[in-house]
Ligand binder design. Structure first.
Ligand code: PRF
Length: 376
């Protein structure tokens, strides 16, 4: 993997760069659509490639390990072949899903014992086996096994958890060194900063993570219910410490406004279920603000879904028609909303990139944040 910084905003810390991986070049800042179980829900790979064209998408170790299960992915020749996606893929380690989805989890120094949310069966994730699983899934970027603390989190728990995440990181690195690649392309490993909402812990964690000298770094434990201002404060503390010449990934963030504010603080990579999940719920993100398409006010509004026309669905269908599809619970409605939202998110980060390169990111960002903070 190679990261090249191409431009930095003169009024802030926003950066434009490129990450070269074996399945193509990723232009940053980037938003990675979430494809939890080897599908970006509701979108054909062809639509994803031809209409939205993200340089990288995300999969989840926790889900893929449970279904279709690792041996099937190995037989397929890795996740790219299995799902017919020739672009880059990143897998999250399960360090978040295990806490948010499984029941009866027991966290110990050795690892996490958890009960599957699908059939109630018991499993254990350790830093070692999660590295093996990610080798077999075969994503281009693989993540350290961490503990994502909840919000709020008392100081002593956050501190103990952070130290355990650091020890787990050492185990991940040690194990990866003796776990060969399974396929004919490289995998890049990213460690994860934790430390809850405590500045001193965040600093300590960022220093520890930076000292691991990985090719890219991630920030976890944010966007878990804390006020946005607190998230931005933590991002800032951490980005001041993480090396400038390596990509920075803020995990699980966020709204379009969160994304622009964190780009301004020097984040390069994002992922979030919001455009897909909220889209399936009838929430549309636009440059003018958010739309609840289920609202009666759209019943006879025959104007285009989004006159900006970023993706073809935006002008092909009317608001009234899309509202109708949601009212009668037709799956086409959820598909259209998903394509629209992903198209918008990718447009937003590409636009941010253009403005960073052009040198007017900050005023553009401030204007966009004002505009998008409205309900239509
Ligand atoms: N750790 C991991 N994945 C994550 C998170 C984390 O803290 C978050 C927190 N927003 C999202 N996804 N491994």
């Amino acid at each position: 993997m190679h990261f090249k910084l191409e431009a930095t905003d003169s009024q802030g810390s926003a950066r434009a760069g490129t990450i070269s991986l074996d399945h193509g070049i990723v232009e940053t800042p980037i938003f990675m659509p979430v494809g939890t179980v080897a599908t970006v829900k509701g979108v054909h790979q062809r639509e994803l490639r031809e209409e939205i064209n993200p340089d990288i998408i995300l999969g989840n170790t926790y889900h893929l390990y449970l279904r279709p299960q690792t041996p099937i992915l190995e037989k397929a020749g890795g996740i790219h072949k299995f799902m017919n996606w020739t672009g880059n893929i990143l897998t999250d380690s399960g360090g978040y899903q295990v806490y948010s989805l499984s029941a009866n989890r027991k966290i110990k120094e050795e690892g996490v014992k958890f009960k599957s949310h699908i059939d109630g069966s018991y499993h254990t994730f350790t830093p070692e086996n999660v590295m093996e699983i990610q080798r077999t899934i075969g994503a281009d970027i693989i993540m350290a096994f961490d503990e994502c603390t909840p919000y709020p989190c008392d100081y002593n728990y956050a501190k103990r958890s952070m130290h355990m995440t650091h020890r787990w990181l050492d185990r991940c690195i040690k194990h990866l060194e003796k776990t060969p690649l399974k396929y004919d392309y490289d995998q890049t490993f990213f460690p994860i900063v934790q430390g809850s909402t405590y500045k001193d812990l965040r600093k300590q964690s960022a220093e520890y993570i930076a000292s691991a000298n990985a090719k890219g770094n991630a920030i976890g434990g944010l966007s878990v219910g804390e006020p946005a201002e607190e998230m931005y404060e933590m991002t800032q503390v951490v980005t001041e410490i993480l090396p400038k010449e390596k990509p920075r990934y803020l995990m699980g963030v966020g709204t379009p406004i969160n994304i622009l504010e964190n780009i301004a603080l020097g984040i390069d990579m994002f992922d979030c279920v919001m455009p897909t999940r909220n889209g399936r719920n009838g929430m549309l993100f636009t440059a003018e603000g958010t739309i609840n398409i289920k609202n009666k006010k759209w019943e006879s509004d025959f104007s285009a879904i989004d006159p900006m026309g970023i993706t073809w669905v935006d002008t092909e269908y009317s608001k009234a028609y899309l509202r109708h599809l949601f009212t009668v619970n037709e799956m086409l409605g959820r598909q259209i909303a998903t394509i629209h939202n992903l198209g918008f998110y990718l447009w937003l980060v590409r636009e941010a990139r253009k403005h960073i390169v052009a040198g007017d990111f900050t005023p553009w960002k401030n204007q966009m944040v004002k505009q998008m903070d409205q309900r239509l």
